[in-house]
Design a protein around this ligand. Sequence first.
Ligand SMILES: [Zn+2]
Length: 89
Amino acid sequence: MSVDAGDGDVLTAAVRTADGTGYAAYNERADGSVAPFYVVYADSDRTDRYGYICGACGSLAVGMDPMGRLDCAECDNSRKAAQWDAAYL
Ligand SMILES: [Zn+2]
């Protein structure tokens, strides 16, 4: 994984994105078939959502279709829309 836990609090980790630094929110996750996906924000205040990071391989190449399905382009991790886990807060 490319997550650097040395920056931010325990629930937020700085990650390298194509646009610079992003912040992965470990308490905002969606369960995937292999590992959870985490929401990534462009700022540490979590106001500007950047996308998702794959918890299995650390890739930011996670696509989301209009049905809410997540699919990692780098590994086999994926999430069906019905598997959204909003209870983990
Ligand atoms: Zn992946």
